[in-house]
Design a protein around this ligand. Structure first.
Ligand code: SF4
Ligand code: SF4
Length: 300
């Protein structure tokens, strides 16, 4: 199944039905072993992962997030010059999921959000004047999926509860909000620096390396976090993940919720001021040079 990118609004000729649905909408669907199309969906994958998916799967496989990213994923650009996403990497030279077996999904209890949602797609949206995102859904109808012909009806909210999605969505909400905020702020935030893109990747996807970063001396010299709070943050992946989203809101959008040491904050402000002055000086020098060239007849 090519599971639709939950960040994309449906478009014509897509198997995503062009109708935005509320959670109370009733769908007809059932997937079970023994159905004629068993595993058809997992044979041709296009699955974006959320930070929660990565944490659950790396625990399941008992490896670090760095190893998981390396072995099981490929990065992609969610939007031009924008932030990165991560997709499941299919089997070597094929399109099937590496976790697919004849019996079904070998990581079923920890399967990714997109697999849980299918055949529903989550569409997160945020109006520019709102901080809170709203969830709407779309239905995906692919010809090969016979689950739509099964005689079972339930609401999307019931389906989400059945698939364990409430917890997954709640934990990944901060990540979705960062993406929506970046998309809706557009040119006012501008092209993120290479450093902030690296920090986004680290905090959202490579949680074990992010933990090392937060535990480093450099981090505690900059941020003023009480010892007990730091202990709790480092102890648990979900807590660390939520801290990561907060850290990125501060780094990318200047929402200052993590206290900084005064001297470090002053030093940082000084560095930013110096940088702004340097850029201004360089622009003035460039303008003066261009003017000089024009005066000496170099304007063609
Ligand atoms: S993770 Fe499991 S459910 Fe998802 S595509 Fe792979 S095998 Fe299918
Ligand atoms: S019913 Fe749909 S989701 Fe279930 S195995 Fe068939 S194609 Fe996949």
């Amino acid at each position: 199944m090519s599971k639709p990118d939950p960040q994309q609004v449906p478009f014509p000729e897509s198997p995503v039905m062009p109708e935005m649905l509320r959670g109370s909408h009733t769908i007809q669907f059932r997937c079970h072993r023994g159905i004629g199309c068993w595993n058809a969906c997992c044979s041709n994958i296009d699955i974006s992962l959320t930070p929660v998916d990565i944490v659950r799967l790396k625990h399941r496989l008992d490896i670090t997030s760095t190893e998981f990213l390396d072995r099981y994923t490929v990065p992609y650009e969610m939007e031009k010059d924008g932030i990165a996403g991560v997709k499941l990497r299919p089997v070597e030279g094929g399109t099937a999921c590496r976790f697919m077996t004849a019996e079904g999904c070998s990581v079923y209890e920890d399967r990714p959000t997109a697999c849980r949602y299918y055949p529903v797609a989550l569409l997160s949206m945020r109006r520019q004047d709102e901080y809170v995102d709203r969830d709407s859904y779309a239905l995906v109808k692919e010809a090969h999926c016979l689950g739509h012909q099964e005689p079972r009806t339930l609401s999307i909210d019931e389906y989400r509860a059945e698939q364990g999605l409430k917890e997954y969505d709640e934990l990944a909400r901060g990540w979705r909000q960062l993406i929506l905020k970046k998309k809706s702020s557009g040119p006012t935030i501008g092209k993120p620096s290479k450093r902030s893109l690296q920090l986004f990747f680290l905090a959202c996807y490579d949680i074990d390396r992010f933990r090392e970063f937060v535990a480093s001396d450099g981090f505690s010299q900059l941020f003023d976090i009480p010892a007990q709070e730091m202990h709790d943050i480092l102890l648990d992946d979900d807590t660390l993940m939520q801290f990561g989203f907060r850290f990125l809101r501060q780094t990318l959008f200047g929402e200052m919720t993590i206290p900084m040491h005064t001297d470090a904050a002053d030093r940082r402000a000084g560095r930013l001021k110096e940088k702004a002055a340097r850029l201004e000086r360089e622009a003035a020098e460039r303008a003066a040079r261009d003017e000089g060239l024009m005066d000496s007849g170099w304007d063609g």
